[in-house]
Every structure is written in C-alpha cells, then in structure tokens.
Ligand binder design. Structure first.
Ligand code: FAD
Ligand code: NA7
Length: 445
C-alpha cells in the first residue's frame, strides 16, 4: 500500500484529507496517510495565538492572525460546495464573519468527515529527503509532546504548510535608533495596543489595508501608509494619509520620498511573507514569488523537479478554501493513478504558459477570473464538489467595487451563496461599530 505524508492541517491540508476521505467513502482504496501538524489543533492560520516568535515547544510560531480579524472577502466566495455555511450554522449568516466563525466552519466540516484520525498533532516536520533509488521520501518529525524524533518513509509528500507565516522584513535607515516599536504584521495581535498612537504602516496590500483599518477602528490617533509601488487608493477616513516610500527614520520621525516627514509612535511592516520551507532541502524546496501562477508547479500543484511531490495553496489568493479543495482532489487523483502527470517538457510548458497568461492580466478583476478559470480547469478533471465559479467570480468583482466605494464599509454588504442561492442576511451591527468578534455575538440575532 502506498504511503502519503501531508505537512500541515490548515485549510489546505484538511482539503487533502477530505479529498481522500471522499474517495474512501465511495469504496475506493486509499493510501495510508499521515498528516503532520505542528500545532495542537487543526485550522492553520485560523487559530488565534497570543504568542509571537516561538510556540510552546520552541518552534517558530505559525500564527499571523490577530484579534478582531474579520473575513477580508465575502464568505460566499470561499464556501465549501459540499458543506454550506447554512448547513453548519443551521441558519443563513451574514457575509463577512469574524475569524472564530470561519474556524468553527472549517472545524465542523472536518469533524463531520471524521478526518482527525489521520492527523498527528504537535508533530513538527524538521527534515525531508528523497532517495531516488528507493523512490521514497524520508520524513523526520519531532513529536513535541514526547520530545522525540520520528522517522518514516513515504511514496508521496504533499506540502500544505502555508506561505503567510514567515515575514518579509525589510530594513530602513535609522530603524535601530527608532524610539518606538517596530513589528511585522506577523506579530501584530491586537489593534488596541496602538490606541492613541500615530502609526506608520509600510506596504499597501491586504495586511496594510486591514491592520490600518483595525488601528483606526480601535482608536489610533492617525495612520500613515507608506507605499513602495502604488498607493491603496481607497477613500480612507481623515485620520489616514498615504505617502510614497519611507526613506529613513530619525529618532521618532519618519521621512518620505515626497519630502514629507511625520512624528510617529510605532511602525508596522505590512510587507508580506516569504515562501519559506526550513524543513526542506534544496532539491525539494519550492522557490516562487507570491503570484497567481507559481513557478515550478505543474497545474499549480505538482512539483516539477520531483513529480511525486505536491504543494497546495502556494498561489497568491483571491480564492482560498474552495481552491484548496480543487487542488486537493486533483492531487488525490494523481496519487490514485486516475490522472497521469506528463513528461517534464510538457510540465514546463504548462508552467510557462500560465505565467505568461498571468503577466497579461490588467487588474484585480482579471486576476479573479484567471484564478476562477484555474479552479474550473482542475474541478472538471475530478469529482470535486462543484460550485458556480462564474457566480463566485462575479461576487469577487462586486466586492472589489464595494471596497472602492468604502474601505471601512465594504463588510456591511450581503452576498448570495453560489450553492444555496440564498442572499445572506444583514449583520446586526455595521463593521466599524462591531467591536466583539466572538462566535456568540456574531450568531445572535
Ligand atoms: P495555513 O493556514 O498557514 O496552514 C498551514 C499549517 O501547516 C499550519 O497549521 C501550520 O502549523 C502547519 N505547518 C507549517 N509548517 C509545519 C511543519 N514543519 N510541520 C508540521 N506542520 C507545519 N483567507 C481568506 O480566505 N479570508 C481571509 O479573510 C483571510 N485573512 C487572512 C489574514 C491573514 C493575516 C493571513 C496571514 C492570511 C489570511 N487569509 C485569508 C489567507 C490564508 O492563508 C488562508 O485562508 C488559509 O489559512 C491558507 O491555508 P493553508 O492550509 O494553505 O495554510
Ligand atoms: P502581500 O499581498 O504580498 O503584499 C506585500 C506588500 O508589501 C506590498 O504592498 C508590497 O509592495 C510591500 N512590500 C514588500 N516588500 C517591501 C519593502 N521592502 N518595502 C516596502 N514595501 C514592501 O502581503 P500581505 O501581508 O498584504 O497579504 C498577505 C495575505 O495576508 C493576504 O492573502 C491576506 O489575505 C492576508 P509592492 O506593491 O510589491 O511594491
């Protein structure tokens, strides 16, 4: 019997377990599976941790999420086709849930499928080697509870360890002498820490938008966003400014490329993350930018230098949970021998063609449709639960419009589920006034 290792029980790793379990439920013989998860529970980034730096075992802390984080896109765009929000919560719920609600939803699906039995929690994968002669991957993991090493061989390995955990931390002149706090978004845990402060945010993408909005919502005095390439361009409230690149910091003052300077209390680096796999040797390690068409991955999942190895969820993400499902079902069918991976030349052609197509995309809307088409392509080759991708593309495009109209109000909109076709109810409180992100508060009428 084949043996398959999965690294990570976040949304991607769970999708992979669902894919195998759904085959088993149909009477198909599935390989022996071990899913290694270094945290004590599933859900990946959706688990909130107060820790920063290292976890309780001394391993790098995975968590990048923070208190009061609400979905940054409509939930209808990530809904599982075989497990709707309505099925889980027993009633329709509004479109932008806070983090604990999404974690509960992911957990409900995993519990229903009974996939927890495949997961070894508190197991940190430290090393993977491939033996060409034996055609086996040797995985070395540390059982963090027993503090001992466990070494096992596998025919396939699937890396689902995420790529929003290792911060990209640039240096600016004067940082070492700055009198306030400097932190990366990865270590940001609670906006209330910055109440009454003048905040400088570096970067102009999702983390910058969301952490900036959070800080303002929870009472910071002002938010200055310093962009490298282009401003976010949103209609921010009066306490916001957007400046071109930071040049340097002198004591408590930041100096910008446009000649402006401003006294600031704290700097939050919203400068993105690295695809970083400290547990993988050079020949197995994916090297790619954060983009829609990753380098080195045939069909976005098969590692081109070694086609017995797979990576899930390594793309920049418009789509998330439902894309991980599409990828996981596709990988499963390769492992089950239902889909044949072509020769290396064809794989390279596939990767290059995807990247050239991505480079022709003109804007976010085109990016959404591109990723939607990728999902359709994968889904059409497997029995992955179907959903209306065109309707979901339209929801994303509508959401982009809502953000342009009001960056602080877009979460007050309601979307129709592409699966149940029902319109989500309005939330009882508008987002700028919704301070309590608990499950109970969210679900109350
Ligand atoms: P992760 O969630 O990162 O899970 C990877 C898992 O692998 C973790 O459990 C980790 O502990 C484990 N792992 C890593 N290394 C090892 C190892 N060596 N050994 C064993 N286990 C290991 N997406 C949305 O759809 N909506 C949002 O609103 C949204 N907000 C976000 C906000 C923030 C701040 C961030 C950082 C991301 C956000 N995302 C959002 C995107 C998010 O990446 C995905 O939703 C999703 O969590 C990705 O799932 P994943 O399983 O690929 O990775
Ligand atoms: P992203 O989307 O990768 O964006 C990173 C941002 O950081 C982007 O605006 C970059 O500017 C900027 N950046 C990167 N390096 C630098 C340096 N050296 N100096 C200044 N600015 C820099 O990461 P996010 O954290 O925003 O989002 C990741 C996920 O978290 C996302 O999926 C969300 O769901 C939550 P650029 O435009 O490249 O010039």
């Amino acid at each position: 019997m084949k043996r398959v290792a999965i690294v990570g029980a976040g949304p991607s790793g769970l999708s992979q377990l669902h894919a195998f379990q759904s085959a088993a439920n149909k009477g198909i013989k599935i390989p022996q599976i071990v899913c290694y998860e270094k945290q004590s529970t599933w859900g990946g980034l959706w688990n909130f941790t107060w820790r920063t730096g290292v976890d309780e075992h001394g391993n790098t802390c995975h968590g990048s999420m923070y208190k009061h984080l609400w979905s940054n896109g409509p939930k209808e765009a990530l809904e599982f086709a075989d497990y709707t929000f309505e099925q889980h919560f027993k009633k329709p719920i509004p479109s932008y849930p806070p983090r604990p609600v999404l974690l509960d939803y992911i957990s409900g699906r995993a519990e229903k499928a009974g996939i927890g039995r495949y997961i070894r929690f508190n197991s940190n994968v430290r090393d993977v080697r491939y033996d060409v002669v034996k055609a086996k991957f040797t995985v070395t993991a540390r059982d963090c509870l027993k503090d001992r090493e466990v070494i096992e061989d596998y025919d396939h390995i699937i890396i689902a360890s995420g790529h929003f955990s290792t911060p990209n931390v640039p240096y600016y002149d004067g940082f070492e002498n700055f009198s306030g706090r400097i932190l990366h978004a990865h270590d940001f845990r609670d906006a209330r820490e910055f109440s009454g402060q003048d905040i400088l945010i570096i970067g102009s993408s999702y983390s910058a938008e969301d952490i900036g909005s959070q800080c303002s919502k929870y009472g910071s005095k002002s938010v200055t966003i310093a962009y490298r390439t282009k401003p976010t361009g949103y209609n921010w409230p009066p306490d916001f400014s957007e400046f071109p690149s930071l040049l340097c910091v002198k004591n408590d003052k930041a100096y910008f490329k446009n000649g402006y300077s401003k006294k600031i209390d704290a700097i939050i680096l919203c400068t993105g993350y690295k695809h970083h796999f400290s547990f993988l040797p050079d020949d197995l390690r994916l090297k790619t930018e954060n983009r829609l068409a990753t380098s080195e991955l045939y069909k976005g999942v098969v590692f081109n230098p070694n086609s017995a190895m797979f990576y899930l969820g390594m793309q920049d993400q418009w789509y998330t949970f439902n894309m991980f499902d599409a990828q996981a079902w596709y990988v499963r069918d390769i492992i089950l021998g239902k889909i044949v991976v072509p020769d290396e030349g064809s794989r390279v052609l596939d990767i290059v063609t995807r990247q050239k197509a991505e480079e022709r995309l003109v804007d976010g809307q085109a990016g959404v449709c591109y990723q939607g088409a990728y999902i359709s392509e994968l889904i059409n080759e497997t029995d992955c639960p179907r959903f209306d991708v065109n309707a979901t593309n339209r929801a994303f495009i509508e959401y982009i419009g809502h953000k342009k109209k009001g960056i602080m109000t877009f979460r007050d909109n309601c979307f129709e589920s592409a699966i149940t076709k029902k319109l989500a109810p309005t939330y009882h409180t508008c987002w700028t006034e919704a301070m309590d992100d608990s499950l109970d508060s969210y679900l109350k009428k």
